[in-house]
Design a protein around this ligand. Structure first.
Ligand code: XMP
Length: 564
């Protein structure tokens, strides 16, 4: 066995990438490692979001980061000792679906309120604050709750409401409300239905709001969060892409040492930015590998190789695994099964190919924070098994689909970044705009856009339809105005049509175009009818096997962006 520590790491199945620990100042605290206090990254000013199961917890983190302050989502049941080690400047308690007075509902270590760290409770977060500190919470008088927009009347324009007018429109979603306040608190806002809609304990710097300042429907929501972050928690706006890059490059160097890194390049913004970052950090120790699983879009593999090899002079190994993947998913129709098989096969191919390259210690991936969140992974790994409170939506290719017996250690410098943050990082690294602006494309590719079994013929049909949709939106100058446009093939559904006086009986193509800030929520894009018409006409005329085109007008939620 080699003395190279990275190779030993490679052989140790229990080893956890030290990069993960370095890049995520909060990750390893479950081990109560007091040396973390001296970790240079603990100097990073941060706001901790404690999650009580809200769909909006990550949105709160994004909002705080938009204020240029680092923020992470952690489980509500973090202990006071662990929290103290993180040195947060402020704590935000999220909303949640439960009722605080219900048995078994998520609670909080009461000592957290005694730390002297400013706290802002949102919705459930406010109610748990009240309950824990000695007040009362009950179902709303006469039942029914308060959902949607509600006019908020401010009884104070200090603290979190500094600089605001006396009333503003807010967004509410609660069936319970605060009945009596704990000692030291006062009411700072009310609505027609909720007499205690915001509270403050100025002395302890503990605040609560019944509405959701993080959602765009709440007027002045960002001002309220900014007041908490800057005025109450005294944070400075200093978490920038430049700072992230410097830290990441140093951490990659430190973690990787002399070891070799293999990068799964897909050509999207995440893995391209990662290639640039790693190239900058470790140069020749990096090997980029592009695995063609056969689920890519039209001409994409060829273009990718040309851009990286010829234009950027970054060497890329091309692996043609099309047949292998197609065989793997033969006969499979269940979406989760498809995702798992593709994810596993992907890693296996990497493992096999890597052995041809000599010892490789790390596999680099452009995994993002939303991938982790939606797979209900990292946020809750400090909890006991079975305590996950976020509901798993789908296994994202780069996380949930990974087999547990992987030989590589993962290097995921972007795993705590949102998409818009990666785009900024990419720009800073000099990644060309045609890549930074490329619409996101899922790891399993077209395979999860064929509803039904995947065959080569179906892939070709989908590829052409997808190409036409993207070409037409580009032609109309609308490419940058949507988050994503793509086609989905409803392969097992057939409908009757008429073409050239003949009856047809063929499959429909769904066009999905959406607008989104981060892929976590999305609205369907209101594309001009003329553009939709052109897409439809071209697909029917140019793609054999399709006789109908439909447009998906579902937002997320309730739909997800991809169909599988
Ligand atoms: P959903 O379908 O979960 O998609 O609403 C949210 C965003 O993520 C992309 N997506 C993926 N990206 N691996 C990825 O790298 C995946 O397995 C995956 N699945 C979905 C999707 O295209 C959208 O932008």
């Amino acid at each position: 066995m080699s003395n190279n520590p990275n190779i030993n790491i490679f052989l140790d199945p229990n080893y956890k990438s030290s990069f993960t620990a370095l890049n995520e100042p909060f990750e390893d605290l479950s081990q109560s490692d007091s040396s973390l206090e001296s970790n240079s990254r603990s100097n990073l000013q941060n706001i901790v979001i404690l999650d009580f199961g809200s769909q909006y917890s990550e949105l709160i983190a994004r909002r705080v980061r938009e204020l240029k302050v680092y923020s992470e989502v952690l489980s509500h049941n973090i202990s006071v000792e662990k929290l103290r080690l993180l040195c947060p400047q402020g704590i935000i308690l999220s909303g949640g679906p439960a009722s605080v007075y219900e048995k078994g509902s998520p609670d909080i270590d009461p000592e957290i309120f005694e730390l002297g760290i400013p706290i802002l409770g949102i919705c459930y977060g406010m109610q748990i604050t009240v309950l824990t500190m000695g007040g009362k919470v009950a179902p709303i008088h006469l039942g029914g709750g308060e959902y949607g927009k509600a006019k908020l009347f401010l009884d104070s324009t200090d603290g979190i409401f500094s600089g605001l007018e006396n009333s503003l429109m807010t967004w509410m979603s609660h069936g319970d409300s605060v009945l009596t306040l704990p000692d030291g608190f006062q009411i700072i806002a009310h609505t027609a239905r909720t007499p205690i809609a915001a509270i403050a304990n100025e002395e302890k710097k503990i605040y609560g709001v019944q509405f959701h300042p993080e959602v765009v429907h709440s007027e002045k929501g960002m001002e309220i969060l900014a007041n908490f972050v800057y005025r109450i928690a005294n944070c400075k706006a200093e978490w920038t892409t430049g700072q992230f890059l410097n830290n990441s490059i140093n951490e990659v160097k430190e973690t990787v040492g002399e070891g070799k890194v293999l990068l799964a390049l897909s050509g999207g913004v995440d893995s391209s930015a990662l290639a640039f970052l790693l190239n900058k950090a470790i140069g020749k120790q990096l090997t980029c590998m592009f695995i063609d699983q056969g689920f890519m879009r039209l001409n994409e593999p060829e273009k990718l190789l040309q851009v990286f090899r010829e234009q950027f002079k970054i060497p890329v190994i091309y692996v043609n695994a099309k047949e292998r993947f197609l065989n793997k998913v033969k006969g499979i129709t269940d979406p989760e099964h498809k995702r798992k098989l593709i994810g596993e096969e992907f890693i296996r191919v990497f493992e096999e190919e890597s052995t041809k390259l000599g010892p490789i210690a790390f596999l680099a991936q452009g995994t993002l924070y939303p991938d982790i969140i939606e797979s209900a992974g990292a946020n809750y790994d400090r909890q006991k098994p079975g305590e996950k409170i976020a509901v798993k939506i789908k296994s994202h290719h780069n996380v949930g689909g990974l087999p547990e017996n992987m030989k590589f250690k993962l290097l995921e410098p972007f795993r705590k970044l949102f998409k818009d943050e990666v785009r900024r990082v990419a720009r800073e690294l000099g990644v060309p705009t045609r890549i930074t602006k490329r619409h996101p494309f899922p790891g399993p590719g077209l395979a999860i856009r064929i509803i039904g079994e995947i065959t080569e013929e179906r892939l070709n049909i989908l590829r052409m339809a997808d190409y036409i949709a993207r070409e037409e939106i580009d032609e109309a100058g609308l490419y940058d105005s949507v988050w994503q446009i793509f086609a989905v093939l409803l392969a097992d559904i057939k409908s009757v049509g008429v073409m050239g006086d003949k009856r047809t009986y063929a499959s429909p193509i769904v066009i999905r175009a959406i607008k989104s800030e981060d892929g976590m929520t999305a609205d369907w894009a209101h594309l001009p009818y003329e553009v939709l018409e052109k897409i439809s006409t071209r697909i029917i005329n140019e793609v054999a096997g399709i006789n109908r085109v439909v447009y998906d007008i579902t937002s997320k939620p309730p739909g997800t962006i991809e169909w599988e």
